[in-house]
Design a protein around this ligand. Structure first.
Ligand code: EPZ
Length: 426
């Protein structure tokens, strides 16, 4: 597990076409949701196809601090929750990664109490957790907020009907993992249907939970008294896949992605084909080819199965090479455009408005030093470096390391000139 924090930077030299084959890792956002389900049962949960990135390291440290026995061998992660010694998620972990809040539901469901730090905001705006708390209260938990912590307690959660005012991936996961051990029947409506939520529901059923409606926005849950640990494969990372699809196309490359689930990528695939890209899907592989210049295409980031918000920065990078102007809207995070000023340092011609930006393709890009901010903004800077003249330095790549396993190695193997320079360790 990657645990230390380095102030590394990437140096990218532009001008090469990406060619060859790249294996996509397991989904970060699925792993982060699957791992805490180990708290719902005693024994050892085994997750295969686990990616090795910083966020997984953070989640591992948090679960270890609770007494979970962690063992990672290759991509096989074993989590033994037979001897839980703490029901607390301290600020030191939660401040690094808001997904730490996923331990809340399982802790209250299995142990009747939890003390979890409130997550802070992030680079693209406030990230409230009110739905997580409302859902637990509706299931009968007492929630007390004090000192920056959520204190939750309940003898036994009781089945209910909870409606999510907003479609929320994290709140859906947290409440689902709590409801499966509640007494009686729970109906959840307006549940998020991102593949990562479906992956959690499928794992819970394998563990003995009783859930109907998986993959739809309404889940009917019959609470059970206990679950049992199992082995489950982590779904492929659709956001990493989309990143490599777009990097291939913007360099006019020819790249085959392996170990993907193309059914999770329909919106991205459609928009890329509309821009003139050739995409051939064969089972769990996808070949992406781009000859000539892509046509500008507008996208609107929305909840699944819409275009993913975690891929709108990468789309902006792709559109830098397009004919014409494309409008990029984000209906989930209207301020998630921190990458724009950094791309403008490379010469990009982009205007921003309320909840959207407009990328005018064709501007000549010249390498410069740029600063990473959130995980996906950072990768859009690396992508732009692939097509800029000269060298681009991307600072603080620890943002990238949160969600991409060995990005420089995977891009380098496809022909990109990219190297990691370790600056200081702390
Ligand atoms: C998940 O975050 C992902 N993270 C994010 O990916 C992704 O951007 C996001 O879903 C949207 O798809 C993980 O899966 C670990 P939400 P999450 O709850 O669960 C509002 C990445 O790059 N909301 O679906 O935090 C919220 O403000 C990361 O991998 C409430 O109002 O997102 C937002 O506007 C970045 N109250 C909307 O819902 C709540 O209690 C969707 O957020 C919860 C959310």
């Amino acid at each position: 597990m990657i645990l230390s924090l380095h102030m590394d930077k990437f140096i990218v030299r532009g001008g090469t076409r990406l060619q060859g084959s790249v294996a996509i890792s397991g989904a970060k956002n699925a792993s982060l949701a699957l791992m805490p389900t180990c708290l719902l049962t005693s024994g050892t949960l085994t997750l295969t196809n686990t990616p090795n990135n910083r966020d997984l390291g953070t989640m591992s440290r948090l679960l270890s601090s609770m007494g979970v026995g962690m063992h990672l061998e290759g991509d096989v992660l074993k989590l033994d929750a037979s001897n839980i010694t703490s029901h607390e998620a301290p600020y030191e972990h939660v401040k690094q990664m808001r997904a730490s809040i996923y331990v809340l539901g399982p802790l209250v469901a299995r142990f009747g109490n939890a003390r979890v730090s409130l997550p802070g905001g992030c680079n693209f705006g406030p990230r409230p957790v009110d739905l997580h708390l409302k859902g637990l209260e509706k299931l009968g938990a007492t929630i007390d907020l004090s000192g920056g912590y959520i204190n939750a307690s309940c003898d036994r959660l009781k089945g209910t009907h909870f409606h999510f005012d907003i479609s929320s991936v994290g709140a859906s996961v947290n409440i689902l993992t709590a409801a499966v051990l509640a007494s009686g029947h729970t109906t959840l409506t307006n549940v998020a249907i991102e593949p990562e939520v479906t992956a959690v529901a499928n794992l819970l059923v394998k563990m003995g939970a009783r859930i109907q409606g998986i993959g739809t926005t309404t889940l009917e849950i019959e609470g059970v008294d206990e679950l049992h640990p199992v082995t489950e494969a982590t779904i492929p990372d659709r956001i990493e896949a989309a990143t490599f699809m777009l990097a291939a196309a913007m360099t006019r490359g020819d790249v085959t992605l392996t170990n993907i689930d193309a059914s999770h990528l329909s919106a991205v695939t459609q928009s890329m084909e509309d821009s003139g890209c050739t995409i051939d899907i064969d089972g769990s592989t996808m070949r992406v080819r781009m000859n000539g210049t892509p046509e500008a295409e507008d996208i609107t980031a929305a909840i699944y199965p819409g275009f993913p918000t975690d891929t709108q920065a990468q789309w902006a990078a792709y559109m830098l090479t397009a004919n014409g102007a494309s409008r990029i809207k984000d209906t989930i995070y209207p301020t998630r455009f921190g990458y724009v000023p950094e791309l403008q340092r490379l010469g990009a011609d982009i205007e921003t408005g309320e909840g959207y930006c407009v990328v005018k393709g064709g501007a000549r890009l010249t390498g410069a030093t740029v600063m990473s901010s959130d995980l996906r903004a950072s990768v859009s800077l690396v992508m732009a470096g692939l097509v800029a003249d000269g060298e681009t330095e991307i600072l603080r790549v620890y943002h990238l390391d949160r969600g991409y396993e060995g990005l420089e190695h995977k891009l380098g193997a496809l022909g990109a000139h990219i190297e990691r320079v370790r600056t200081e360790v702390y």
